[in-house]
Design a protein around this ligand. Sequence first.
Ligand code: DC
Length: 227
Amino acid sequence: MPKIVIALDGHSGCGKSSTAKALAECLQYAYIDTGAMYRAVTLYLLRNQIDLTDNQEISEHLPYLRIRFQRNPKTGINETFLNDENVESEIRMMRVSENVSQVSSLAEVRHFLVAQQQAAGKEKAVILDGRDIGTVVFPNAELKIFMTADVQIRAERRQKELAEKGQRVDLEEITKNFEQRDFMDANRKESPLRKAKDAITINTTYLTFEEQVNEIVKLAKQKIQEV
Ligand code: DC
């Protein structure tokens, strides 16, 4: 079966990661959560109390960061490891969400991570989710999807997800965080969030999770047959 690269970009919290995971399982493809990589860098900088606007100091630290993913056989989740420590739950906390857009706006950080993402996807049979996959990381990806959804719906879904993990967060706080991240992601100088010209938009506001996965699986299977 031919192998393709699938780029899944879009706004924060519209279900890209869970959709990508389901898609990867269905197609037996690898999955790379590029947002988790930006989150891991953010966590490292916060823990080490590094000024998030100090490009010079951040650049000096980057060579000491090793980010990798490892599948948890019990849950099937591809967990994020930072210098061999499992940081999967810590990188999803609000403290990281509140600072990740600042960190991901830095050219040094982007160059560092984009090179790793390109290396990880070079054998194809891979799905990457993020903000710049179809525009910068893999501009020649065979299938590009741009996911979006109404911000209120995204916030409600995220609140439920966090509650299931035992974190109670105010709906307004989540909505504000999504709005700020959407704005910063779309307006940064370095690789801003853009829909690639050849990307297919999927608006998940009125779709169930199953419907959105099925829709994208259908597109992926069509594309795999075409190449
Ligand atoms: O997908 P996510 O919400 O976990 O991503 C966290 C942040 O990382 C998001 O606010 C923007 C940034 N990001 C990015 O700039 N480029 C990517 N390819 C992936 C994420």
